[in-house]
Design a protein around this ligand. Structure first.
Ligand SMILES: Cc1cc2nc3c(=O)[nH]c(=O)nc-3n(C[C@H](O)[C@H](O)[C@H](O)COP(=O)(O)OP(=O)(O)OC[C@H]3O[C@@H](n4cnc5c(N)ncnc54)[C@H](O)[C@@H]3O)c2cc1C
Length: 499
């Protein structure tokens, strides 16, 4: 085995769970490598509703452990990443005879406010929908609403910043690299990696293997580990539509549908509204998941029940779909399947350990990583203590209260940027926006213009610091400029990238 690089921990999967585990582990002093077969966050982790939330709906399923942990994470994550995470108020309108009685909603929101050590986020309040501006875009169905707090996150950037921080601390992050085989003996694992561009393979040794392949977790067990008919995850499809904005309010809506399900309508990227999600079992290839016609119709119809102005299919400017890799607890309905996570270790016959991740949410990813590290410590020995609760994510090394002051500093240092351009760069990169812009003094210093406010300097930064390789990585995951760029502009970016 001489010459083969060796690590303490090898992670399969560059979604939020894999990247959070890699970051936590490297920070404790383990040597760590991670392989992602596509782009970071190209799986489920860029296809979420993008909330750091307790999950009000999960209280109905008595998921108190999960909701409490998730509620507590909101303020921890917001403080660690105040550039990509922001508080958001949600309006939950209700009327007599609605899907749930007011007392039940009030009880749920009371628990929501008190279960998770809320300090900075504003408490729930009741709105008079005859007076509040929140009623303006809605049909006149409601006399009351509750307004409560959760947080918003840029999901794909949340993943990439965890990977960036892990790499800055010494982890090896291999993207477009697929784990095609893994075999073990008592001393460790031999992992075969394949470069998905060239097809070339190479090998790596590790003491412990983490399977954080999300919707592919069972496939990894079958294909890589040789387990027959692995069945741990229940794949549940969820889709979203994005339309030109239907309302000006900075608050989001939480609508209860007649079928007992809920949908969100969320202010998105300044000029848009994000509407979702659906919940249906999925049996296909997770890589091919796409919104169906019936999901599109369902979301348009459900939102049209509430908004004065009908939501039409022709309003849709973008749609995306993802597969929740839920732990299969045997629930009958897709929306009832547990949203909690399960970490399962396999050390059969004294062989080198494997730990599988099933389920999990963006919101609980940091805690999931801490729980994973407890398992790892027990299996291969303890190194450093937990540390991620008070550690800023790349670019977020400033206090929440200083957001506006830091943005103003960026605007002053780069006065050639428009206010909206500076605001976008600060929201995405936080303090790293200064590194990205470097010595630029005029807009011509930031290079070729690709459309919207995307310039060569940002593209170069994304390639050199954030593993971006394709136009899709850049316009749909590292940024959401795909919403504002024309097909020709994206084509031009593609041509630039292959040069
Ligand atoms: C519609 C929807 C809405 C959601 N909304 C929210 C929300 O608002 N808030 C929240 O907290 N959570 C939300 N979630 C849940 C959350 O998005 C997921 O639980 C989370 O992203 C799962 O992350 P993961 O790392 O386990 O999986 P993934 O992000 O899918 O990552 C797994 C990765 O493994 C890679 N991989 C697989 N096999 C291999 C291999 N052999 N070699 C190398 N790489 C491999 C894949 O390419 C993939 O990138 C939502 C999920 C969905 C679907």
């Amino acid at each position: 085995m001489a010459g083969i690089p060796a690590f303490d921990i090898f992670v399969i999967g560059g979604g939020i769970n894999g990247c959070s585990i890699a970051r936590d582990a490297i920070g404790r002093g383990y040597s760590v490598a991670l392989a992602e077969m596509n782009d970071l966050a190209s799986g489920t982790s860029s296809r979420a509703t993008k909330l750091i939330h307790g999950g009000l709906r999960y209280l109905e399923y008595y998921e108190f452990r999960l909701v409490r942990e998730a509620l507590m994470e909101r303020e921890i994550l917001w403080a660690n990443a105040p550039h990509i995470i922001a508080p958001m108020r949600f309006i939950l309108p209700f009327h007599k005879g609605g899907a749930r009685p007011a007392w039940l909603l009030r009880l749920g929101l009371f628990l929501y406010d008190h279960l998770g050590g809320r300090k900075k986020l504003a408490a729930t309040r009741t709105l008079d929908m005859k007076r509040d501006a929140a009623a303006k875009p809605l049909k006149p169905l409601f006399t009351k609403a509750f307004e409560y707090s959760d947080c918003w996150v840029d999901d794909a950037r949340f993943v990439v910043l965890n990977a960036r921080d892990a790499a800055d601390r010494g982890a090896e992050i291999y993207t477009r690299t697929k784990v095609v085989k893994a075999s073990r003996d008592k001393t460790g694992w031999l992992i075969t990696l394949q470069d998905v561009h060239s097809g070339a393979t190479r090998q790596i040794r590790t003491r412990l293997l983490v399977n954080a392949a999300g919707p592919w977790a069972d496939k990894v067990l079958e294909g890589v580990e040789g387990e027959k008919h692995a069945h741990n995850v229940r794949l549940v499809q969820g889709s979203h539509i994005v339309i030109r904005k239907k309302f000006d309010d900075s608050r989001a809506y939480f609508f209860q549908n007649n079928d007992g399900r809920i949908i969100f309508a969320i202010p998105y990227e300044q000029d848009f509204t994000l509407i979702g999600t659906t919940d249906q079992d999925y049996h296909g290839d997770p890589a091919k998941v796409a919104i169906t016609q019936s999901e599109t119709d369902y979301l348009c119809e459900a939102a049209s029940e509430y908004f004065r102005e009908k939501v039409e299919v022709s309003d849709i400017v973008w749609a995306y779909s993802g597969v929740r890799p839920l732990y299969d607890d045997g629930a009958s309905q897709a929306q009832e399947a547990t949203r909690d996570y399960v970490l399962k270790e396999d050390v059969s016959g004294g062989l080198a350990p494997l730990v599988n991740v099933f389920g999990g949410k963006l919101t609980t990813s940091r805690r999931l990583a801490e729980h994973m590290l407890e398992k790892i410590e027990a299996l291969i020995g303890k190194k450093g203590a937990s540390w991620t609760d008070k550690a800023a994510l790349t670019g977020g090394e400033f206090a929440i209260a200083d957001y506006d002051a830091e943005l103003a500093k960026l605007q002053k240092a780069y006065s050639f940027l428009s206010a909206s351009h500076a605001a976008r760069l600060f929201r995405l990169y936080g303090l790293k926006a200064h590194d990205l812009l470097g010595q630029a003094k005029t807009i011509s210093d930031v290079g070729e213009h690709f459309g919207a406010d995307l310039y060569e300097r940002e593209v170069q930064y994304l390639m050199s610091h954030e593993w971006a390789q394709t136009a899709e990585d850049i316009v749909w995951r590292r940024t959401k400029l795909g919403l504002r760029m024309s097909a020709d502009e994206v084509e031009n970016l593609k041509n630039y990238l292959v040069k």
